[in-house]
Design a protein around this ligand. Structure first.
Ligand SMILES: Nc1ncnc2c1ncn2[C@@H]1O[C@H](COP(=O)(O)OP(=O)(O)OP(=O)(O)O)[C@@H](O)[C@H]1O
Ligand SMILES: [Mg+2]
Length: 267
């Protein structure tokens, strides 16, 4: 009897072990299919003696290839959320996974590598380096990833061609219009073909017409590269081009249908 019990216990242990590793693998496969997985993320800023809660228990996914608009009133924490996802701001509580990689488990240099290799960031204020020419600005992610000068050249030419600025390679940012500067910033964000693009109000500093052109270009390039895009915007028109709309409000996040957009308190 004792022998049978031992065998039965061993089999039970084996089954438990197999089903645990299967469910573990299944769980990690599920989280790995998302470009971004934000889980129970909370964040606060402390100034002096007071602490302000910006994000409270925020969870959401961005699927691969999906374009998601993030809306919310000024000060609601949209840029903070983007900075946490890109690893620029350290995670205090909760977890962010970018292409399955948990940010809280990796060190600073791995975070920098992830940001350089897998994320393209586009800012409202373009953030071009004024002392570098257009082509050198565009080449920055390649230079930071130690791509040789020889291998940079065709990529720079392709990226400038994609945004229609091939003739402006030797110009400097202050010689370009706002829309042109944002197209340089898009070329810079996409040159290393990142799986994920984070864009913080990319059309916020442009007139309606230039904003529309920049957005069309960004959507087209994101589609061509099958990248995922998380786009912060204050524009209802911009939000409607997204596959999914998320509203950040009082520290929490919720999904919004396109029909609910105009009545939302986010504008
Ligand atoms: N480094 C910081 N230290 C302290 N407070 C900060 C810091 N960065 C942001 N905040 C505060 O956090 C809140 C959210 O800021 P955040 O920039 O994320 O808002 P936002 O939604 O991007 O707003 P906007 O639409 O105006 O860009 C604001 O109240 C801001 O003052
Ligand atoms: Mg902001």
């Amino acid at each position: 009897m004792g022998v049978f019990k031992t065998i039965r216990d061993a089999i039970r242990q084996l089954i438990n072990h197999v089903s645990f590793s299967l469910s573990h693998r299944l769980r990690s496969l599920i989280t790995q299919t998302h470009a971004i997985a934000v889980d129970a993320l909370s964040h606060s800023y402390t100034t002096g003696n007071s602490s302000t809660q910006i994000l409270s228990d925020v969870s959401f996914f961005v699927e691969r290839g999906e374009t998601v608009a993030l809306i919310g009133r000024s000060g609601s924490g949209k840029s903070t959320l983007l900075n946490l996802i890109s690893g620029l701001e350290p995670i205090i509580s909760g977890e962010v996974r970018v292409n399955g990689q948990a940010l809280s488990t990796i060190n600073d240099s791995e975070r920098t590598r992830l940001r350089g290799a897998e994320i393209g960031f586009i800012y409202q204020a373009f953030n071009l380096i004024p002392t570098l020419s257009v082509e050198d600005n565009v080449a920055l992610p390649l230079a930071l990833s130690n791509v040789s000068y020889k291998h940079q050249q065709p990529k720079i030419a392709d990226a400038l061609q994609a945004v229609g600025l091939q003739t402006r390679a030797r110009d400097y940012p202050d010689q370009l219009s706002g829309g042109e500067q944002q197209r340089v910033a898009i070329a810079r964000a996409l040159i290393h073909r990142p799986a994920l693009i984070l864009a913080d109000e990319p059309t916020g500093n442009l007139d309606a017409q230039s904003g529309r052109l920049v957005l069309e270009l960004l959507s087209k390039l994101v589609d061509e590269q099958s990248s995922s895009l998380l786009l912060v915007t204050h524009s209802q028109e911009v939000a409607t081009v997204a596959d999914k709309i998320l509203l950040l409000e009082q520290g929490g996040i919720s999904s919004l249908s396109k029909q609910d957009l105009s009545s939302s308190a986010a504008w």
